[in-house]
Design a protein around this ligand. Structure first.
Ligand code: KIV
Length: 271
């Protein structure tokens, strides 16, 4: 039996236990089989099939255009690659807002058709009916507060959220609401580190940050950003662990050169 087959699956329960034990949770996005395999074997705890696939995989300016069917396609590819990580799938824009029955129907489709283990949605009080109805079917829900990219046209900017007291208080209340409704974790995106630490200390469920400082229970990044594939994106919160854009482009340039010069294929590379 391979090490891979023996790896114990991370569950929503594992994450809550990790928070209790003070162990930090690592989360990265993935949208396809090959990348998800690398991320899973790299030991990440949670893989998010984020609607950032809309930007990273499809080249859209926002996350709004991606459809439920497209999310299911990405998620099913990721699930086939993962043996250890918990796979969380974003509910795309329009699939849960203002219609809790639709939210449940769409979450059931994600769970049945992709094999994902949980769904994530953006917002607090305004989506709480959807959160409760999805949870009533036994589907784990991860919340997402702070900068919520599906509302980008309402915000008008991708800058830090909840700097003012009123918005910070509302965010804290929303975090409590999501916990009371039964969410197993919350993502906090691009908010002041102090506020994120307060949220993390006040709720019992894990709080995973992106641009939310080190006082939370775990971190999430978009894998193409941390690997340096999306090389033109430089937010302060992003640490790059590789520069794959240059490395991959260099490899492609070498290939083109070798084909043009007739160096590739050589005698050993043919039948
Ligand atoms: O879609 C996504 O990648 C996300 C993360 C930024 C948390 O929601």
């Amino acid at each position: 039996m391979s090490i891979h087959a023996k790896a114990k699956r991370i569950t929503t329960r594992t994450l809550v236990d990790m928070k209790k034990a003070g162990e930090k949770i690592s989360m990265l996005t993935a949208y396809d089989y090959s990348m998800a395999r690398i991320v899973d074997e790299g030991g990440v705890d949670v893989i998010l099939v984020g609607d950032s696939a809309s930007n990273v995989m499809a080249g859209h300016e926002t996350t709004l255009p991606i459809t439920l069917d497209q999310m299911i396609y990405h998620a099913s590819s990721v699930v086939r690659a993962c043996h250890r990580a918990l796979v969380v799938v974003d509910l795309p824009f329009g699939s849960y807002q203002g219609d809790s029955k639709g939210a449940l129907h769409n979450s059931i489709r994600i769970m049945k058709e992709s094999g994902g283990h949980a769904v994530k949605l953006e917002g607090g009080r305004e989506v709480i009916d959807s959160v409760s109805r999805i949870l009533s079917a036994g589907i784990p829900v991860m919340g997402h507060l702070g900068l919520t990219p599906q509302s980008i046209y309402k915000f008008g900017t991708y800058t830090v959220r909840a700097k003012e007291e009123e918005e910070a208080e509302r965010l804290l209340e929303d975090a409590h609401l999501l916990e009371e409704a039964g969410c197993f974790a919350i993502v906090l995106e691009k908010i002041p580190a102090k506020l994120a630490a307060i949220v993390s200390s006040e709720v019992r469920i894990p709080v995973i940050g992106i641009g939310a400082g080190n006082g939370v229970d775990g971190q999430v990044l978009v894998v193409h950003d941390m690997l340096g594939i999306t090389h033109e994106f430089h937010p302060r919160f992003l640490r790059r662990y590789a520069n794959l854009y240059d490395e991959m482009k260099g490899a492609v340039e070498s290939y083109v050169k070798d084909v043009r010069s007739k160096d590739f294929p050589n005698d050993k590379e043919q039948y």
